[in-house]
Design a protein around this ligand. Structure first.
Ligand code: 6GU
Length: 245
């Protein structure tokens, strides 16, 4: 699949492309990332991408012409979705990331915090996306976050498919704690159950820990999820333990 990113700061994506899982995925041909400088799609001699808002107010608004020209030049006819990164958008979650991974092309337009001309949103954009309830000066970091989150759902990008399925938010629960060597570090010990060799017991301990953490930090995740009977049982156990202590 291909991301085409339209931005006034293409150099902000150097970091994303120069290391780690994304670099490897591009190298393997699983993922393509096209960077497009919005100024290349202007027609005036000052390469102007923004202008003052009608009706007055502070700040500048991204003009429609360069963005329409860029998208019309870049967008492919099939299986393509055009997204705008904006704090007004739909909050990114793993369901949205997985849906985007199903497209052949995802065009990401990096907004500026003062806004974009509404006609862009109305007539060009399929999906507005936000990465959380805080304001960034531009959509560039948010676009990089979208690329990372979506890439994990492209087969072959993450080493083991298993690890994606077990990820928090894919499973719908927060992660259970992990430990590695040494068995004892400065007197702090790894939980005994992990050495038992009893895989069923270990799985059920991990599920209990994941449920405990989710209940304490993100009870909203439990409400939006159909629990299995084993999960229900463990959850009752946790709740009765809480009452006792
Ligand atoms: Cl997508 N853009 C900007 N500018 N700020 C944000 C955001 C996006 N998501 C959260 N804050």
């Amino acid at each position: 699949m291909k991301f085409d990113i339209i931005t006034i700061f293409p150099e902000m994506f150097d970091g994303l492309l120069s290391a780690g899982v994304i670099k490897k995925a591009v190298g393997k041909g699983l993922l393509e990332i096209g960077l497009h400088d919005l100024r290349d799609y202007t027609t005036d001699k000052h390469c102007q991408v923004d202008d003052r808002p009608y009706g007055g107010l502070e700040g500048m608004v991204l003009k429609p012409e360069p963005i329409f020209r860029a998208v019309e030049a870049i967008r492919q006819p099939e299986k393509s979705i055009t997204c705008l990164l904006t704090p007004q958008g739909k909050p990114l979650n793993s369901r949205l990331a997985e849906r985007l991974a199903g497209f052949q092309q995802v065009v990401l337009i990096c907004g500026r915090y003062e806004g974009v001309d509404e006609r862009i949103i109305e007539y060009l954009i399929d999906q507005e996306i936000s990465i959380g309830d805080y304001v960034l000066t531009g959509g560039e970091l948010a676009a990089a976050v979208v690329v990372e989150a979506v890439a994990r759902f492209i087969p072959g990008v993450v080493g083991r498919e298993e690890s994606v399925r077990h990820d928090s938010f894919v499973s719908g629960l927060l992660d259970f704690p992990q430990y590695t060597r040494p068995r004892e570090f400065r007197g702090y010990r790894v939980p005994e159950v992990l050495f038992s060799g009893d895989h069923k017991k270990i799985a059920s301990w991990r599920l209990k820990k994941a449920l405990e953490k989710t209940l304490a930090r993100r009870p909203d995740l439990l409400e939006s999820r159909q629990l299995t009977s084993e999960e229900e049982e463990i959850l009752e156990e946790i709740k009765s333990e809480r009452k006792e202590s």
